[in-house]
Design a protein around this ligand. Sequence first.
Ligand code: MRU
Length: 373
Amino acid sequence: MRQGIIPTIDYRKGRVLIIDQTLLPGEEKILELVSPVAVAEAIRSLRVRGAPAIGIAAAYGVLIAIEEHLTRVSAGTAGYRFDREEGLVGGEIVGVDPGPLAEVVDESIRMMSETRPTAANLFWALDRMREAAVGSDAAELCRNAAGAAFRIHDDELRLEREIGEHGAPLVEEGCRILTHCNAGGLATAGYGTALAILYTAHREGRRFRVFADETRPLLQGSRLTAWELSRRGIDVTVLCDSAAASLISSERIDMVLVGADRIAANGDVANKIGTLPLAVLCEKFAVPFYVAAPWSTFDTSLQSGAMIPIEERPADEVTRFAGVRTAHEGIGAYNPAFDRTPAGLITAIITEFGVIERPDGGKIACLSDRARR
Ligand code: MRU
């Protein structure tokens, strides 16, 4: 694992290594996923979660499907393994028919794309893998696919640091920041989006206080955000989601800072359920509302947030708590995982390109031109 970042995800010779986020903060367990089915399950069950981390995991899911196929068709040998440092381990890929291999790539992309519908980064990463996994023979296809997966991961980490640099000046000495869900190292390549801004400001020597919404029903705020902020020595206090209005309305918050799962062409943002009420509160009580996200979270094929698909999660995430029933047998639950915040409520979106104040269609179109260059 690389220095100074959380070991959210990595790939080592046919194994996707993730920290099992469903067990945090009680247990820090690294899981070894050795098949595309296991990777898809880990994404679906939120063992690995957060839009950028899901994208990286899915790219590695495709890579592991390729390895699984190579091992199957090269029965009797130790099989082939990809490794970030060592490249291809297990000899040259010879005598492998590229046709069935391409079908394996397509099938694994389909499997990964059906895990979670809202995070744009998932589909962005799978598009990169689809474009890359081609070649005049099986060996070239494999090399290209492995290169693309490692690049998706490495580029993401670099962009997170850039987001941190651009956003850090917003965090002044003594600032009180409210955040929701987890947009930190655990949700990304290891540094974060919203929390990267806080990590950079902290490294620059400023001291501030963070309030982390617990984030019902799966508690990403209290279980994950509080865990990673406190590990870095940042002052963090957890609150029930319903207590945010009391804090914001009594002038005890200087800014709200969150991540995003998908951003439409007009700047509307889908993020964890409970984000929209924070933006409405900020508007009402004149508190800046910031969103941090890399370009891979933008989906300019969708004109507005209304078109962003919102994942519905199982009812028992709401009707049970820590395995205990909290609603009477047979009671249903409304459990959308995300909500949509209109661009008009957003003070600025912080990306790797800089701070986009009062985002709108025109500014995002300019960003899109920059991203294409
Ligand atoms: O359901 P989750 O835990 O995957 O939801 C994650 C979020 O809503 C994050 O805020 C978002 O992905 C930003 S991650 C940098």
